[in-house]
Design a protein around this ligand. Structure first.
Ligand SMILES: *Cc1c(COP(=O)(O)O)cnc(C)c1O
Length: 527
């Protein structure tokens, strides 16, 4: 049960007593000459001057590197790590980003020596294990999406969009006309129009209807022989499932246009509905959202692109195939290990990379993508199993709707359509008292939560976009709800407290414009 009196114990307006609030100097500033973090045994071989070994290739003045003891280094980085907010610390309700917990089993599997140390230049014949992992993940993702073919190469969602629209373009070109424009709803993520533009298309805006979905009449009017595709996020960025999706696909296909699905919100669909079954031609996934691999600083992203069979010939090279002996030679230099291997008896080769694909859009990334993320995503999928994944989806949707039900009396809900995995409020009621969504979000930091997504999607003025994911327990959701209710009360009683938040952090409210335009990147010489 949630009551307004349930203010989280973590909430504080005072200063936190710990190293968290101390300013931490740079390693360069802490350095003092001669300090070392190691101790070597006495030399037991004749000393040789590096210059005589390296000639003139080595530097003549020593590098200006910081000199510190081991504990100073450890403390420095440990303190810095406490300045970060992380999913391991608390709820991270950043809507659209699906900041779910990254299970430890993923890391355990990714650290298995044979997988962790696999090198991209290792010959296919000696990399069958990791190729099986990649093949397995591809087959799981095809099953989940209902699509026919896939590439794991793109390194982010936006990169996946770029790859997907390249496929769209290549296919239209093969039909004789690349076409001119791409339709994008006004609720779309900013990466969608950016992708269309960078692939050489003009963007045509499609207005949402009062439920936040596609206006079928507007769509019918706007699709013509120069429309290459519609880019659609489903569920949309206001967390609403596009129930007319099959009809939308029909309208597009009747004019020879394709349906691209931004699959960043697949956390609401996995195990429940398959884009391949409702008319989608090409889509991307975000392994770092839906499939629990780390975001950003915790690891590189991965944005696989899945498509229908007619787009398969255009996929980036190389493509993973069974029995590749019959296929063309790779275009990168083989390693010396492989050249040696050529003279050895070869193990039966089952999986390998095919480069012989004349219609391919080419490479979109070095090697095969962020393989370490594939291992983690596969571990997550297999650990959950089909029933577990379906449960995950149900829990994610349940959690979002729980928050909606507990907050909709005090935060305005502009779209009343059924919410999927996220809920979008507006700051209308609070803005009437002079407090905006960004200020409420910053106050949330004082209550121990990462802010929700602020001012997105654009179709909601003053949006508060909240996505709890399935990771959160009822207890944590109740703490979050209590914090949101407490802040709304503060807006009534002590609005200045909210407007000047956060109060419990190392640095208080920043001038965000100055911080972006004139960042101070300190580096001070010690000598
Ligand atoms: C996150 C997101 C993207 C972009 O993904 P990145 O991995 O950040 O490049 C695109 N569309 C939507 C709806 C998203 O939420």
């Amino acid at each position: 049960m949630t009551t307004d009196a349930m203010i989280p114990a973590r909430a504080t307006t005072g200063k936190v007593r710990s190293h968290q609030t101390q300013n931490e100097a740079l390693l360069f500033e802490k350095s003092s000459p001669g300090k070392r973090a190691y101790k070597l045994p006495p030399l037991d071989v004749p000393a040789v001057d590096a210059a005589t070994l390296l000639g003139t290739v080595h530097r003549t003045t020593p590098g200006e590197l910081p000199e510190l003891s081991e504990i100073e280094i450890i403390r420095h980085f440990t303190r810095l790590s406490t300045w970060n907010y992380a999913i391991d610390l608390g709820m991270y309700p950043l809507g659209s980003c699906t900041m779910k917990y990254n299970p430890r089993v993923n890391e355990l599997v990714a650290r298995i020596e044979g997988l962790a140390e696999a090198h991209p230049y290792r010959p296919d014949s000696l990399a069958q294990g990791i190729l099986e992992v990649i093949d397995n993940l591809q087959r799981c993702l095809l099953e989940i999406t209902g699509m026919d073919a896939i590439t794991l190469q793109p390194a982010a969602g936006a990169h996946g969009e770029f790859t997907g629209i390249l496929l769209v373009r290549a296919w239209h070109e093969s039909q004789g006309n690349p076409r001119k424009k791409i339709l994008i709803p006004d609720s779309a993520h900013g990466t969608n129009p950016a992708t269309a533009a960078i692939c050489g298309y003009t963007v045509e805006n499609l207005k949402s209807n009062s439920e936040g979905g596609i206006d079928l009449e507007a769509l019918t009017r706007q699709v013509d022989e120069e429309t290459a595709a519609l880019m659609l996020t489903n569920p949309s960025t206001i967390g609403v499932f596009e129930s007319q999706i099959a009809k939308i696909a029909e309208i597009l296909h009747a004019k020879g246009a394709l349906l691209y699905m931004d699959g960043a919100n697949m956390n609401a669909l996995v195990g429940k509905a398959r884009p391949g079954d409702f008319g989608v031609d090409v889509m991307h996934l975000n392994l770092h959202k839906t499939f629990s691999t780390p975001h950003g600083g915790g690891g590189p992203g991965s944005g696989p692109v899945a498509c229908k069979a007619f787009l398969e010939p255009f996929l980036p090279i190389p493509v993973l195939v069974r029995n590749p002996q019959t296929l063309g030679a790779p275009s990168f230099p083989r390693s010396s290990a492989e050249r040696v291997g050529d003279h050895e008896p070869q193990p039966a080769m089952q999986l390998g990379w095919s480069y012989n694909r004349p219609n391919s859009v080419g490479r979109v990334r070095a090697f095969y993508g962020n393989v370490g993320m594939f291992i983690r995503a596969l571990a997550y999928i297999l650990a959950n199993g089909p029933d577990g994944l379906r449960q995950t989806t149900e829990d994610a949707v349940l959690n979002a709707n729980y928050i909606r039900a507990k907050l909709e009396d005090i935060y305005e809900l502009p779209y009343k359509t059924a919410s999927m995995h996220e809920v979008v409020f507006s700051d209308k009621l609070q803005a009437a008292r002079g407090v905006k969504t960004g200020e409420i979000a910053k106050r949330l930091i004082d209550y121990g939560f990462h802010p929700y997504t602020v001012s997105f999607p654009m179709i909601v003025h003053g949006a508060l976009m909240i996505e709890p994911t399935e990771s959160e327990s009822l207890e944590e959701l109740d703490l979050f709800i209590a914090a949101m209710r407490a802040i709304s009360r503060e807006v009534e009683e002590t609005p200045e407290l909210v407007k000047t938040a956060p109060h419990s952090t190392r640095v208080s409210k920043l001038d965000e414009v100055q911080a972006a335009r004139k960042p101070i990147l300190r580096w001070k010489r010690t000598t």
